[in-house]
Ligand binder design. Structure first.
Ligand code: GDP
Length: 472
């Protein structure tokens, strides 16, 4: 039996899978007013004729009330609004039907089981969008933007996703790709028709055209510093010896009583992580257990986890007490965080008016002028602290009219393409043959093509689409 299954699995080609009807719930699982089941491709009509004979065929793009019933028993399962789209005028470019059912998990499960029994198969993650890509409804960067829009955690992230979804990335890459192609054509014809080396003037012109391409790619890549933050946020960890007010600061920044605050040292035994937003940037704030040597086994595990959270953070807030002078316990914590980007935060300023310069021992750690003074208790200084957190990652000025590269994959490909172009310029300068220069330029073009999907492999696509949700 197993061998037969294996055989069936093996003979099913990618093309066959692409032709099958796929179905999935397009709305979240759980009770809701309406739950939408979406089907695409293959033989939707045959399925619809069986489950909604009175309502099918329905006029494309018109909503129609339909009774959905089990064709074998005749039992009515739900009444739903169906909307159909005919290929190629649909999201996927195939025949598509959307069933807006009552949002009962039981009803939705029954209808899905029914369509699976009648020949549809469950859609894989992102498969609707993958089909849209295969049918040239969108390019890869636009498809990825669909995912990013759904995942967007802030208005700014959603705005960037929409811009990318509308083709802005491809639009910005096209002139660079065209220019590279032009240069490639010039070099290739030089190879073909000119016996001698490229004339000096021609080589100079090519170099300056390539340098312009490299600069444009660099500008796009430079926006990733901000784009990454808008999409993925900043991981910020609070560190400091016990009782300096980390948990209080955690709650104050969040505007919530999330962490337990007591005057007993070692209360926070495990890390706590919460998300909040400063401006448009999501912040993932971790309150860590005070880093101290302890005999308590549970606290020790917490301390270990804290060390990891601190090491993984983009920014560490090193908290000290305004009232007390710097102690060995502070020094020990500072020793652990000193190589991570950090801000020094002086807490409890409601109890002491001492300036940063007056706190004894602080000068060991930092230029005291950069320390931020706050009170978790009264809220004083919190806005300064928030500005300092964001200011640490201030966006680089760019000439992309606010368009940002938000995806690490795109960033990597832009850099690779720029590096290839840079190497090609160097090869030209070193008087190397056109063939060598051309190899680099073709590579660069390939990397840029991978962003928009013209030169993507199947493996790469399946990796990308596995990050989508099911039903999209
Ligand atoms: P942690 O051990 O570093 O997390 O410190 P906690 O947040 O648990 O605070 C330890 C003690 O300091 C508690 O009694 C808090 O009420 C107190 N505390 C924290 N922040 C402030 C502050 O800004 N001003 C004053 N006066 N007390 C504070």
């Amino acid at each position: 039996m197993r061998a037969v299954f294996f055989f069936i699995f093996r003979v099913e080609t990618a093309d066959q899978r692409m032709n099958q009807t796929i179905a999935a719930l397009a709305t979240p699982t759980g009770r809701s007013g309406i739950g939408v089941i979406r089907m695409s491709g293959g033989d939707i009509s045959a399925i619809m004729e069986r489950i909604a004979p009175k309502a099918w065929p329905s006029k494309p793009r018109y909503a129609k009330l339909a009774e959905i019933s089990d064709p074998e028993t005749g039992e009515l399962i739900d009444t739903a609004i169906i909307t159909s789209f005919r290929a190629p005028n649909s999201f996927t470019g195939e025949d598509v039907v959307e069933l807006s059912c009552h949002g009962s998990p039981v009803v939705l499960r029954r209808i899905l089981d029914l369509v699976f029994r009648l020949g549809a198969r469950p859609a894989a993650a992102g498969e609707f969008t993958l089909r849209a890509l295969s049918n040239n409804k969108m390019d890869l960067s636009e498809a990825e933007a669909v995912r990013d829009l759904i995942d967007a955690g802030t208005t700014a992230a959603a705005r960037q996703a929409i811009r990318q979804m509308r083709g802005e990335f491809s639009h910005r890459l096209t002139p660079i790709k065209d220019e590279l192609l032009d240069v490639i054509v010039v070099l290739e014809s030089a190879l073909e028709f000119v016996e001698d080396d490229l004339p000096v003037a021609a080589a100079e012109e090519i170099k300056s055209r390539l340098a312009a391409c490299e600069k444009d790619l660099g500008k796009l890549a430079a926006t990733f510093d901000s784009g990454r933050l808008i999409r993925d946020g900043i991981r910020v960890a609070l560190a400091g010896r016990p009782n300096v007010g980390k948990s209080s600061l955690f709650n104050a920044l969040l505007g919530d009583e999330r962490a337990i605050v007591t005057e007993i040292a070692g209360t926070t035994r495990d890390e706590i992580r919460e998300r909040f937003v400063i401006g448009d940037v999501p912040i993932y704030l971790t309150d860590t257990a005070g880093l101290r040597d302890t005999g308590d086994a549970i606290e020790r595990i917490g301390v270990e986890r804290s060390r990891r959270a601190i090491a993984d953070s983009d920014l560490c807030l090193f908290v000290i007490d305004a009232v007390e002078k710097i102690s060995n316990a502070d020094r020990e914590v500072f020793f652990e965080i000193k190589d991570i980007p950090h801000l020094i935060v002086i807490n409890k300023i409601d109890k002491s008016h001492a300036s940063a310069a007056e706190i004894r021992g602080l000068e060991e750690f930092a230029d005291t002028a950069t320390a931020i003074r706050v009170s978790a208790l009264t809220g004083e200084g919190l806005d300064d602290l928030k500005s300092a957190i964001i200011g640490h990652f201030r966006p680089i000025e760019s000439n992309t009219e606010g368009f940002l590269v938000t995806d690490a994959r795109h960033y990597d490909l832009l850099n690779r393409a720029a590096a290839e172009i840079d190497a090609a310029i160097e090869s030209l300068e070193a008087g190397m043959s056109e063939e060598i220069v051309l190899v680099g330029l073709h590579n660069a073009l390939g990397y840029l093509g991978s962003i928009t999907g013209e030169t993507s492999t199947e493996e790469m696509l399946s990796r990308i689409f596995s990050t989508f949700c099911i039903g999209k």
